[in-house]
Ligand binder design. Structure first.
Ligand code: UAG
Ligand code: ATP
Ligand code: API
Ligand code: MG
Length: 491
């Protein structure tokens, strides 16, 4: 790339437009020769404070917001009015390439599930497809564990170019509210975008629910090209406001759900390990089997089907693919059953609406007790703790409150905040022990939901992440119960 390639994004002044840009960086610690350093004001510190470090490390110029205090450097400073956006668009031009058909999904819950479903639908049709999100990158021959839901723009655009070069033509990615607000996915050319729902999340980052919704709506107002399809789940309290935002963005609005007009869910019957639905699309009724429990998964499947159909997949083949969908790892995933047949699920519900949904989802096929093990993350919105306690108290019969990534906080205080709203819960800080106790108390017809960590492979306590997997712990507890003749008899 040459400076001329980004001269419309940043004011390069009298610098030589032919100067090569060998790399771009927003972290001074990653600067090497001929690098353009973007000084980004962050949540913890200001990149401008590291401009001199970047210069010493070999940066050829710094890009900074108009008002940023970047002075007295030996290298030029190029000004721009939005350094985060300039960074993302420059990263797109630098990496140069992405799968031809890219779709993005936003919403409080369901993003990971939807992108996984879209990828599976495309693969079913024989396409080279990838998904990118909380659980990582999944592409033909590739399954990398992830860290951020929406990667930073430099890594994201490099990844998209790499996927395209490896032959991936179709990609589905999650658009988190952080990612949208921080301009991480600007520069991705989107063919369609989807919305699942809005609930309480990240109120440690966004001022309030309106602000959180506004951040998500950048996807439709600013990122999705005019006339491109916006697939909106129709049955959420925030659906109407989302439709209004997508209208402002000039998108083609396609609603899916019970109130949907593009895909209308006419009937949905819950079975123990799945569901059967009738869907109306373009005047035809389709009988659809989904091998996943919980009506929320039907909502996710409809958004996924809407994204695939609106970007060119044939509807019959899409509905046929739903029959084979596998849930994303740790999303109401059945990991086993006791010898009495009580089912044990691992789920990623770590926010109020998700917990409410998952506990409601298991009730129809639970003839005994619903048992839940959960906690709340440290250094994250403390307001959700009593709310989740109240939900568990209302919807589960037995509640075990445990730890879930306490991070820098005192674990007992997090538990106490949950227990404030649910006084009859059992408190067991050690998550391994909590899972063992829960499995041991299961009787015939009971269901255990271990919520909050889903696919995660660690427990973060005071800066250390210790290996921990709800899947492994549940399987271990089940195996121990299997070999202990006295177990499983508690009520
Ligand atoms: C709040 C947040 O999202 N922070 C992310 C953000 O950091 P930031 O922009 O605030 O950066 P900062 O630490 O204040 O530093 C400012 C700038 O100085 C630079 N710097 C800093 C130090 C130095 O020596 N030199 C230097 O140049 C930094 O690289 C940065 O550009 O950009 C960083 C680089 O991309 C991310 O690593 C970091 O994610 C943190 C670790 C994080 O935990 N983010 C979570 C909350 C997040 O993004 N979650 C969402 C939603 C999850 C979901 O709902 O599924 C996600 O998309 O994953
Ligand atoms: N459509 C939905 N409506 C309500 N709850 C849902 C829905 N889909 C999933 N959930 C619940 O939310 C949890 C997380 O689902 P998923 O990972 O698909 O969402 P996400 O939006 O990617 O979440 P995150 O932002 O945390 O990555 C699930 O384990 C389940 O409990
Ligand atoms: N992306 C979410 C994941 C939370 C998962 C939960 N296990 C926790 O640690 O709170 C967050 O960073 O808020
Ligand atoms: Mg996710």
């Amino acid at each position: 790339m040459r400076l001329a390639d980004i001269a419309d994004l940043v004011d390069i002044g009298d610098a030589d437009p032919n100067s090569p840009v060998a790399a771009i960086a927003s972290d001074s610690r990653q600067v090497a020769g001929e690098t353009l350093f973007f000084a980004v004001p962050g949540t913890k510190t200001d990149g401008a404070a590291f401009a001199a470090d970047a210069a010493s490390a070999g940066a050829t110029a710094v890009v900074a917001d108009g008002a940023a205090a970047v002075n007295g450097l030996s290298i030029p400073v190029f000004r721009t009015d939005n350094v985060r956006r300039a960074l993302a668009l420059s990263a797109a031009r630098f990496s140069c390439g992405q799968p031809q058909t890219m779709v993005a999904v936003t919403g409080t819950a369901g993003k990971t599930s939807v992108v996984s479903f879209v990828r599976q639908i495309w693969r079913h049709a024989g396409l080279q497809a990838a998904s990118i999100g909380t659980t990582g990158v999944n592409a033909p021959g590739r399954d990398d564990y992830g860290s951020l839901t929406t990667p930073d723009p430099i890594s994201l655009h490099a990844l998209l170019a790499e996927l395209a070069a490896s032959g991936v033509t179709h990609g589905a990615m999650e658009a988190s509210s952080h990612g949208l607000e921080m301009y991480r996915l600007d520069g991705v050319e989107l063919a369609a975008a989807g919305f699942t729902n809005l609930g309480r999340d990240h109120l440690d980052f966004h001022a309030d629910a309106e602000d959180y919704h506004r951040a998500k709506m950048r996807l439709f107002r600013q990122l999705l090209p005019k006339d491109a399809p916006a697939i909106v789940f129709s049955d959420d309290p925030w659906s109407e406001r989302t439709i209004a935002a997508a209208e402002e963005g000039g998108c083609e609005i396609l609603t899916v759900g019970r109130l949907g007009t593009f895909l209308r869910l006419e009937r949905c019957e819950q079975l123990q390990d799945g569901q059967r639905a009738q869907i109306l699309h373009a005047g035809h009724h389709y009988e659809v089997d989904l091998p996943l429990a919980g009506e929320f998964q039907m909502a996710n499947a409809l958004v996924a089907a809407g994204l695939a159909i609106s970007t060119g997949s044939e509807s019959g083949s899409v509905f046929a693919a739903l029959r084979h969908l596998k849930g994303a790892s740790g999303r109401l995933e059945k990991v086993g059953a006791t010898k009495d047949g009580a089912a044990v699920y691992v789920d990623y519900a770590h926010k109020p609406e998700a917990l409410e949904n998952v506990l409601r989802a298991v009730r129809p096929f639970t003839t005994g007790k619903v048992v839940v093990v959960f906690g709340c993350g440290g250094d994250r919105d403390p307001g959700k703790r009593p709310i989740m306690g109240e939900i568990a108290g209302r919807l589960a019969d037995t509640i075990i409150v445990t730890d879930d990534n306490p991070r820098s906080e005192e674990p007992a205080l997090i538990r106490a905040a949950i227990l404030e709203a649910v006084s009859d819960a059992i408190e067991i800080g050690d998550r391994r022990r909590a899972i063992e106790v829960a499995v041991d108390m299961l009787g015939p017809g009971d269901t255990l939901v271990i919520a909050g960590k889903g696919h995660e492979t660690g427990q973060t306590i005071k800066g250390d992440t210790l290996p921990f997997s709800d899947h492994e712990e549940a399987r271990r507890a089940l195996a121990e119960q299997e070999s202990d003749p006295a177990a499983g008899t508690a009520s």
